[in-house]
Ligand binder design. Structure first.
Ligand code: SAM
Length: 225
């Protein structure tokens, strides 16, 4: 079965979607969706030969060669028009890399019905990309898995305009304030506090760095209050 992180990504894939999982590595996500019958066609794209071997191994192990296609390619280059892909997942990478892959693969006017994105860091960069490229955020959520907080963003064609605060903390998170989200930002405030304590011990409270940490922490605590 899938890790809690990948299970959360999978939960947002619509039934009978034609899925492209970009940067699939072991292809656990599309294989699971096919084996459970939620979808009936997927492409697992990989830029690197080693991970593509993992994809091919998983396809053989699960006997999914009719419905799961492993393809070598940089980002969206792994997708062919005949695949009729409507849903794209990109998980387990930094937000900057996800935004780069989306930019390289984006053709203005050609939208996918749904993007499900799981950036490990720099989630604000991904929200910015969606806002700038004709996608609306329709849901977002977070999970604590293997000692990390992971965010999942779900987008569909549409218009969004985020405030600075929404870009960083997430509009749905800010409205719903889930416990896992509060814990994630409390942890970040605590991490910054530790750094500030170390700077104070070194008598460096009058530095720009200290003030920047203080402002960042105050902002988080204000949002959590
Ligand atoms: N998506 C899986 C998951 O979430 O468990 C695997 C994540 S793995 C950490 C990231 C994978 O993305 C690596 O296998 C890497 O080769 C692949 N990758 C990185 N850049 C890529 C790109 N431009 N196009 C396709 N795959 C890429």
């Amino acid at each position: 079965s899938l890790s809690p992180r990948l299970a959360l990504v999978a939960s947002f894939v619509p039934a009978q979607a034609r899925l492209a999982d970009i940067g699939s590595d072991h292809a656990y996500l599309p294989a699971h969706l096919l084996l459970t019958g939620k979808i009936s066609f997927a492409v697992a794209g990989e830029v690197a030969a080693g991970p593509l071997e993992n994809v091919q191994h998983e396809i053989e192990r699960t006997h999914l060669s009719e419905t799961l296609i492993g393809r070598l390619g940089d980002g969206f280059a792994a997708i062919e028009p005949a695949d009729k892909i409507d849903t794209v997942t990109i998980a387990g990478m930094g937000g900057r890399l996800i935004a780069e892959i989306l930019t390289a693969g984006h053709t203005p006017g050609k939208q996918y019905q749904r993007l499900i994105l799981q950036p490990n860091i720099d989630v604000d960069v991904v929200r910015t990309w969606l806002q700038d490229n004709g996608y609306a955020l329709i849901d977002e959520t977070m999970v604590f898995d293997d000692n990390h907080y992971y965010e999942v963003l779900v987008a569909e064609p549409g218009v969004t305009k985020f405030t600075t605060r929404q870009l960083k903390f997430g509009p749905f998170n800010l409205a719903r304030r889930p416990e896992v989200w509060q814990a994630r930002w409390q942890q970040e405030a605590d991490r910054i506090h530790t750094i500030m304590t170390q700077l104070a011990a070194a008598e460096k409270t009058a530095t720009p760095a200290y003030h920047a940490y203080q402002a960042a922490r105050d902002h988080i605590l204000e949002v959590l209050a």
